[in-house]
Design a protein around this ligand. Structure first.
Ligand SMILES: Cc1cc2nc3c(=O)[nH]c(=O)nc-3n(C[C@H](O)[C@H](O)[C@H](O)COP(=O)(O)O)c2cc1C
Length: 379
């Protein structure tokens, strides 16, 4: 199957599954525990239908979106997903090049299999783009501080602080398959320094005794003030899902520029709310306090119409985690680009058929929701 035979993300996922080992496929695709949060993220979109407005001039569609002082071609960014060299030898570097060519921002995981500098250098070969470093706050604060300073030096524009991972979710596949990085891969963002049991386990490293772990389970809202004190980059919180936490975020003296409504792609808390359902309460609370704060969503976005629905419910944009991994697996940089092109075309197509020519025309009145009686009604 060539890339031109891939017409939608479902085709891409199927093609990717044929190329990946069982261990990697399950690591990428599975959720925590029984996978309920993962499945719910996806099915939540189908509870909404699109109200189609007609007889409007849709010969020109403007899907561009401003953020971080730059323009993206449509309101979508690559979510920071770790260990992309499991999908393709060029890993995050291929993704960065594809994202740049498609005009979408690039999230880079702390647990990338290429260094944050090398990822940006690869993307810079094909054009300018916005790079965002996903961050954990480690017990050893110096480890986090080093990453922040390197990202700033390399020209990253923002930090996506992951806040839904005070401990790692129960991912049965990792235990069953004894998931480890193959010996030829590394997590170079840590240099020679190892960061505790998770990375030691992943890399089969038994030589260090650093007591820092994947994340510090003592991190609180106060810790954000420390993070603010060491960087001028925008700080976004990734993994928020309630109005209560949105309120704390926008009131934080750490000046939070953005919130990503996320449950880590269903990989953390089993039975977490579907992110699309969390979105409304977070948007209502955050935007009531600050019009400037951005609210984005990830989890379960698989189609252009999903992006449209998220925007109609108040999201400023969305991110995708697994789709770029499937693209990498199928065709490296070109595979990721194919996926991004499909999503952009589908999104613009949805806008046109729904009668919207600009993002600001996408609103709650664009949607209907299934009611208790099973009938769809305007929001
Ligand atoms: C294989 C894989 C690795 C991930 N690694 C990270 C990570 O290192 N840090 C993080 O904050 N989120 C990570 N995520 C979560 C994504 O950033 C994103 O929140 C999620 O994948 C969105 O859901 P989707 O896959 O349905 O698009 C990972 C997701 C996957 C599938």
């Amino acid at each position: 199957m060539g890339l031109s035979d891939i017409l939608c993300i479902r085709d891409l996922q199927r093609a990717a599954e044929g190329t990946l080992s069982k261990t990697v496929r399950e690591y990428f695709n599975d959720g925590a525990e029984d996978g309920i949060a993962l499945a719910d993220n996806i099915s939540a979109f189908d509870r909404y239908k699109i109200r189609q407005r007609v007889l409007r001039d849709v010969s020109s569609i403007d899907s561009q979106k401003q953020a971080f002082g730059s323009t993206m071609s449509f309101p979508l960014a690559v979510a920071p997903s770790g260990m992309q060299c499991l999908a393709h030898p060029e890993g995050e570097q291929a993704t960065a090049r594809a994202a740049t060519r498609a005009g979408v921002f690039m999230g880079v995981s702390t647990f990338a299999t290429k260094s944050l500098e090398d990822v940006k250098r690869a993307g810079d070969e094909v054009g300018n783009n916005v790079y965002l470093l996903q961050l954990y706050i480690f017990k050893n604060r110096k480890t986090t501080e080093d990453l922040v300073r390197r990202a700033e030096r390399a020209g990253y524009k923002g930090l996506l602080l992951t806040v839904d991972t005070p401990r790692l979710g129960n991912r049965y596949n990792m235990t069953r398959n004894d998931f480890k990085l193959p010996p030829h891969l590394r997590i170079p963002n840590f240099g020679e320094k190892k960061v505790g049991p998770f990375v030691q386990h992943l890399t089969r490293d038994t030589t260090t005794e650093d007591d820092s772990n994947i994340n510090d389970d003592n991190v609180t809202w106060e810790t954000l003030v420390w993070l603010r004190s060491i960087t001028k980059m925008e700080i976004w919180l990734k993994g928020l899902s309630t109005a209560e936490d949105a309120e704390l975020a926008v009131r934080s003296p750490a000046t939070i520029s953005g919130i990503i409504v996320s449950n880590h792609g269903g990989r953390q808390l089993e039975s977490a709310l579907p992110t699309l359902d969390s979105l409304s309460e977070v948007v209502a609370t955050a935007k009531a306090r600050s019009r400037d704060v951005q609210v984005w969503l990830d989890g379960g976005v698989r189609k252009g119409s999903d992006i449209f629905k998220a925007l109609a419910l108040g999201a400023d944009g969305v991110l995708i985690g697994r789709i770029p991994l499937w693209g990498l697996a199928v065709g490296g940089e070109e595979g990721v680009l194919r996926a991004l092109d499909i999503l952009k075309a589908e999104f613009q197509h949805t806008m046109a058929l729904a009668g919207c020519t600009t993002l600001s025309e996408i609103s709650p009145s664009s949607l209907a929701r299934r009611t208790a009686s099973g009938v769809y009604a305007k929001l």
